[in-house]
Design a protein around this ligand. Sequence first.
Ligand SMILES: [Zn+2]
Length: 326
Amino acid sequence: MAGWPVVGHEWAVDLLERAILGDRLSHAYLLTGPVQVGKTTLARAFAQALLCEVGNGVPCGACRTCQRLAAARYPDVQFVMAEKNTIQIEQVRALQSDSALSPLEGRRKIFIIREIERATPPAANALLKTLEEPSPHVMLLLTCVRRNQVLPTILSRCQVVGLRPLPLDQIQAALVERWGVEPERAALLARLSAGRLGWAVRAHTQPGLWEERAQRLDELQAVTGGGRMARLSFSEQISRQPETLEQVLGLWATWWRDILLIQHGTPGSIVNLDRRAQLVEQAERYSPQQVEGALQDVLQTARRIRANVNARLAIDVLALRLPVGT
Ligand SMILES: [Zn+2]
């Protein structure tokens, strides 16, 4: 028998399944958690469980509805996501006029709205109306990465389901069993994913992402090896790519943490396994104080950028503060 097409998040699956079976459904759910942890996958599976033609609270995976949903070709389930980095009021208005109509096929209409924190204030306020006066046949499944950036009035009208990173051995096993990844590579991907299966799968299936990671790590070497002008010119270039900034800083943090782990004699849990030799070399080049300082600076910069400070300024400061390498 097929289960939910979801790896991990067992308690969340259990909660949603029991809500379906016990007929205790909310009209809106907010799935929160890190980027690529599995929020949209869970939302899609929940939609399948709700609309599956077998109707026992578990997606059968085989009926026409389940299959069309898996291929994103089911008319009563619509995805809404940011266009040019924000969710616009026009998108919410389109959702509202669509939700006023009866479902075409199923019992209900489901809107999966990704990263609701990207809604502009007018869009968020418009959506609030829909949440306050729900149509009986409409369900909203929202996702967000930064819960503190969601309007409290939206939060209070949704059942919040918080997803956490998965254990790394669960990710490694899923990569081997479901995606046929070699065990050694699966171990590396699992560690780099920091518990986000979606990231690991994408890194496996899209070699471009893998190359990008290598490029980002090389850039870090170029920054620490460069002078003031090189550092500032890097900062200018990277701060023009706000959508990748957070990922770059996350990657840099893993790098400095790995060096620190090697310096402390606990290399067993380093993340960037494929660059062990380079990490060992750097562990000898820098003092533990320098590495600790760099790690704190990177984390602090990521926090400041999340709090919406001027990215260019924050990266300028970071680039100038990183210790000098070669
Ligand atoms: Zn089905």
